[in-house]
Ligand binder design. Structure first.
Ligand code: 5AD
Ligand code: SF4
Length: 439
């Protein structure tokens, strides 16, 4: 028997890319590939790229440059670029970096086996189409291999919102939802393989409207269906848009026992003037009222969000409005970024904020967010939570898992196995995690 070929995948960016990389690896498994952790012994290197951060494409080119030596040593080595940079740059990647054999956009991953075969003939393979067919259905089924207790499952892709700063509508395309029965089947399969917690993924996951048995299903409808899957203990979803936070989803947060009390709901800014310029189509006030309703349904919910500071034309007063909003919401987690231009997006052409002022605002915002994050984490001390144990800790006998609120919790001398869900009394709050004892 011939040796299996080795595939090295490097994944950048969001959880959706993590999920896509798993599916690409499984699909290329059908072509005789097994994954390797090192590029040095790979027969194929695949960079699954992200376009959301500044100079994303430049970083990919410099990463590719580093494979020159490897390719010289091993002329049969195939190098591929997938993900949003592949979509955005397309053919340009092969022009600028001739060692690249394959460029594949996120909507064409099911065509990878044919593309790989084409590269084996010495030809280059490029596909950045937005095909009609359902890529997830065409991607090879997940093999029966055992899995860890948590998994991602993409249910929706793309976005029709066109926020003025964002590349997603261009790189991931229009919003598309997967049919509900296929998602439920995939969830059942994951559970059979050991998964206890599933995070439903989508760039605009709460806009989900996949075909169901009786017409289109909402995200809440899908969550209720998944709630019935035996052996599945926890459901999460990310990322949501405030305008798609439907009543049935808010209600599910109060009544659906497997839906976890954690919600990532980006607002981006607290200034209505900036929100309008961002094309966000909600106001600070409407966002705050929405959070009130969510908290009325689920009082202990931990909120999370994303912020952009230094968006074109942002003044100190606009920034203060963001600080005020953060002060009011008190996020358990939040991710804040300095605005950076993305060519082709509407905001790219506008007058930029002084970079030093933007840096200074980012620091102030992050300090406030960190303070709240700490307060919320510290307030867990003395409480009983449920922990899904995911792995052993750094110390002997220590086990680590996540609470329902997504806090990392470690327990010493814990007689528990990976995948167990157990009650834990929280005893201390550390830098980035909680300590506790099994109840
Ligand atoms: N500049 C800075 N941050 C951005 N994000 C998206 N596009 C940009 C940009 N051009 C941030 C948003 C989004 C998160 C995933 O990345 O906050 O919610
Ligand atoms: Fe980008 Fe999210 Fe806005 Fe869509 S809703 S354009 S993914 S920031």
């Amino acid at each position: 028997m011939s040796e299996p070929k080795k595939l090295y995948i490097k994944t950048y960016g969001c959880q959706m890319n993590v999920y896509d990389s798993e599916r690409m690896s499984e699909t290329l498994g059908g072509q005789g590939y097994v994954e390797t952790q090192s590029p040095d012994d790979a027969d194929m290197i695949l960079l699954n790229t992200c376009h959301i951060r500044e100079k994303a494409a430049e970083k990919v080119y410099s990463e590719l440059g580093r494979f020159k030596g490897l390719k010289a040593e091993k002329p049969d080595l195939k190098i591929g670029v997938a993900g949003c940079v592949a979509q955005a740059e397309g053919e340009e990647i092969m022009r600028r970096q001739p060692l690249v054999d394959l460029v594949v956009g996120p909507q064409s991953y099911h065509r990878l086996p044919e593309m790989e075969a084409k590269t084996r003939t010495g030809a280059k393979a490029l596909d950045t189409d937005f095909p009609e067919e359902d890529k997830f259905e065409k991607l090879k089924n997940r093999p029966n291999a055992k899995r860890g207790p948590t998994a991602f499952l993409t249910v929706q892709e793309g976005c029709d919102k066109f926020c003025a700063f964002c590349v997603v509508p261009y790189t991931r395309g229009a919003e598309v939802s997967r049919p509900a029965d296929r998602i439920i089947r995939e969830a059942q399969d994951l559970v059979e393989r050991g998964v206890r917690e599933i995070t439903l993924l989508g760039q605009n996951v709460n806009a989900y409207h996949g075909a169901g048995a009786n017409g289109d299903m909402t995200l809440a409808g899908l969550i209720w269906e998944l709630n019935k899957v035996d052996g599945l203990e926890r459901i999460r979803f990310t990322t949501s848009h405030p305008n798609d936070m439907a009543d049935d989803l808010i209600e599910a947060h109060g009544t659906c026992e497997k839906l976890m009390p954690y919600l990532h709901l980006p607002v981006q800014s607290g200034s209505d003037r900036i929100l309008k310029r961002m094309n966000r189509s909600h106001t600070a006030e409407s966002y705050l009222r929405l959070i009130e309703r969510i908290r009325a349904a689920r009082p202990d919910i931990v909120m999370s969000g994303d912020f952009i500071v230094g968006f074109p034309e942002e003044t100190e007063e606009d920034f203060q409005a963001t600080m005020d909003l953060v002060e009011e919401v008190k996020y358990g987690y939040a991710y804040s970024f300095k605005y950076s231009t993305r060519p082709g997006t509407p905001a790219a052409e506008r007058p930029q904020v002084d970079p030093d002022a933007a840096d200074n605002r980012l620091q102030r915002l992050q300090a406030l967010i960190t303070q709240h994050q700490r307060e919320i984490q510290d307030a867990m001390v003395g409480r009983k939570v449920k922990v899904l144990f995911e792995k052993s800790g750094r110390l002997p006998g220590q086990m680590v898992g996540k609470s329902e609120y997504l806090h990392s919790v470690h327990v010493s001398d814990a007689d528990v196995a990976v995948g167990e869900l157990r009650g834990v009394q929280i005893t201390a709050s550390g830098a980035n995690s909680l300590a506790g004892a099994l109840i």
